[in-house]
Design a protein around this ligand. Structure first.
Ligand SMILES: [Zn+2]
Length: 234
């Protein structure tokens, strides 16, 4: 259940305007070069630099058998969806908590494995979720999907909320705030990888076993409870 952008430094959490400018049903298309082309009426159009913009995502386009995305740091071999697998995933998407259900995905991809036993992975920047073989053998598919969508949702936290979450979850910084240290008693072992991983774990456990979260860290539980309440009733 990893985020494929683990190389993003934590500081990204402190800089608004990453995915934040777009709505839940949109994706940010980075500034890019448009090649020269000829219009239907034969008018030549010279190449230009197109500014970044938010593009609406098409819900009809979810289950793709391949992708033009270059997914870094991963030897993914994408494979074809079966109709049964699409139904399974769609049924979980349909039952997501309301606020997470507002997110649209750029691509929902299928691959055998990412080389680990991960059931799924997310590319938050392109709002892409990839499902691996272990997902379909898993008993906690709902928890896995909630976790993955939380990897996308975390980028919608504003700076103060992200900082507050990190603090209540037990992350600390050095004196000049250039380094961050993970909680000594993390809710899950891989929470120490990043604040975003920790956040996804918290949301997952909030929905799968709220009692554990409350007991483990009442402050973090209270933060998540209030956040969900606010997101469910915007
Ligand atoms: Zn994760």
């Amino acid at each position: 259940m990893k985020c494929l952008l683990t190389s993003i430094p934590l500081i990204m959490l402190l800089i608004p305007g990453f995915a934040l400018a777009c709505l839940e049903n949109q994706i940010y298309v980075r500034e890019h070069q448009v090649a020269p082309y000829v219009r239907v009426d034969q008018t030549p159009v010279s190449g230009y630099r197109r500014n970044g913009y938010c593009r609406d995502l098409d819900i009809e386009n979810y289950f793709q058998d391949n992708s033009s995305q270059k997914i870094k740091g991963s030897s993914l071999k994408l494979k074809k969806w079966s109709e049964a697998e699409k139904k399974i995933v769609q049924s979980h998407i349909d039952k997501l908590p309301k606020w997470l259900g507002r997110y649209r995905f750029g691509e929902v991809l299928r691959a055998e494995t990412d080389g680990t036993r991960n059931p799924a992975a997310t590319v938050p920047y392109t709002k892409t979720i990839i499902f691996f073989d272990p997902f379909f053998k898993s008993k906690n598919q709902r928890d896995i999907l909630i976790h993955e969508v939380s990897h996308i949702a975390v980028w919608d936290l504003d700076v103060s909320a992200a900082e507050e979450f990190a603090a209540v979850s037990g992350w600390s910084t050095n004196e000049n705030q250039t380094k961050r240290f993970p909680p000594t008693n993390p809710i899950k072992a891989d929470s120490v990888k990043s604040v975003t991983e920790d956040f996804a774990n918290h949301i997952e456990i909030y929905y799968s076993n709220e009692g554990i979260l409350r007991k483990h860290n009442p402050k973090a539980h209270e933060f998540i409870r209030k956040l969900v309440l606010q997101k469910e009733n915007p």
